[in-house]
Design a binder for this molecule. Structure first.
Ligand code: TXA
Ligand code: MG
Length: 340
């Protein structure tokens, strides 16, 4: 299959949206830019179209898709909002939608089972990206869209990265430039509590941080016990993985290079003790010079890809501080470093 690439510049936007909608209406899949990462979208209400998403990504059928809506008023098409959490859902969606927050809610019976992998719940979000929103609005119905990478691989934050992941497997990629957040959305489930603020079960750390959520509820991390079925089925320990082995170090002293092996460093600022530690084949910085977590988040998957394609034998990553966005960055680094 030939994969077409269309630009979503201001002049070409109308054409790009129309091309995407035509394919979606025909039950096809289309890669679209979100503010987080590029997504592979299909008509959420069409089970055959959703099946094509699983096929193109080689995604196992037990890993449910996130459903995207164009506006808050469409929520009832895919999800139910139980009375006891209605006020909280209102507050959260007013504060963070459109934007990178995904809510896990009871699913609407009309939503095909394949989208939620048979779960009674659905993960819903409303993207803030102008292209994603325009397509979602013009299509007029919810879109199921996981990240546009092959299963377990690094999420794409540019159209070029989607082409490398899914080129030849999908008919169209809409190029909306580089993603402005660079990490997948934050995922929470809400639990009401008598006389207390609700609990937010954090299924995936992301751009909407714990600090940002705290005014609305108490954030608790969902932990899997070893051997459990993962709580968010896609949150397997090994995920976002480059093909090259990646080790995440706690401190410089933990590095013991093997003779003859070529190492690349995934550095935070591009300077400091990790950089001086070794004669690295290549050093790639997440936030060159300045050390800003927001910049590091935007660049993380791009930098992982550059190191992965550089031909080094091993990628060594230095840690970032685990506050604010650093929580989501460390989550992705740990998964990239996990045993496969
Ligand atoms: O930023 C994002 O969320 C991007 C863009 C494209 O919107 N999408 C994305 O989708 O990251 P995906 O499929 O790569 O990640 C969705 C995660 C998976 O780990 C999946 O297991 C989990 O959400 N998930 C989906 N439905 C769920 C549900 N009902 N309960 C728990 N976890 C769910
Ligand atoms: Mg993904």
């Amino acid at each position: 299959m030939e994969t077409r690439l269309v630009q979503a510049t201001d002049e070409e936007m109308g054409h790009a949206v129309e091309a995407a909608c035509r394919l979606l209406e025909a039950g096809e899949v289309v890669a679209l830019p979100a503010e987080t990462v590029y997504g592979l979208a299909a008509d959420a209400m069409n089970p055959a179209a959703a099946a094509k998403v699983f096929e193109a990504k080689e995604r196992p059928s037990f890993d449910p898709l996130i459903v995207h809506i164009a506006r808050r008023s469409e929520l009832s098409k895919v999800a139910q909002v139980p009375g006891e959490i209605a006020e909280t859902v209102d507050k959260l969606t007013s504060a963070f939608w459109p934007g990178p927050l995904t809510l896990i809610l009871p699913k609407q019976p009309e939503l095909p089972e394949i989208v939620t992998s048979g779960l009674p719940t659905v993960a819903v979000r409303c993207s803030a990206h102008r292209v994603f929103r325009a397509v979602c609005k013009a299509f007029g119905s919810p879109l199921a869209a996981p990240s546009a990478n092959r299963f377990g691989r690094i999420s794409p934050t540019s159209a070029g990265a989607v082409m490398k992941e899914l080129g030849g497997r999908i008919p169209l990629i809409v190029d909306g430039g580089a993603c402005s957040e660079g990490l997948e959305s934050t995922i929470i489930a809400i639990e009401a509590r008598e006389g207390k603020k609700p609990l937010f079960h954090l299924h995936r750390a992301g751009p909407v941080t714990k600090e940002m959520l705290q005014p609305y509820g108490k954030v608790v991390k969902v932990k899997d016990k070893p051997g459990d079925v993962p709580h968010a089925p896609g949150q397997l320990p090994s995920h976002y993985a480059p093909a090259t082995p990646l080790v995440l170090l706690d401190k410089p002293g933990d590095f013991h290079p093997e003779p003859g092996k070529r190492y690349g460093l995934l550095s935070y600022r591009g300077d400091g003790p990790f950089v001086e530690l070794h004669d690295w084949e290549l050093v790639e910085a997440l936030s060159p010079g300045s050390g800003k977590l927001a910049e590091a988040a935007i660049r993380l998957f791009h930098v992982m890809r550059v190191l992965d394609e550089s031909g080094v034998d091993c990628i060594v990553a230095e840690p970032v501080s685990e506050t604010g966005l650093g929580v989501a960055i460390m989550d992705r680094l740990r998964r990239a470093a996990a045993e496969r």
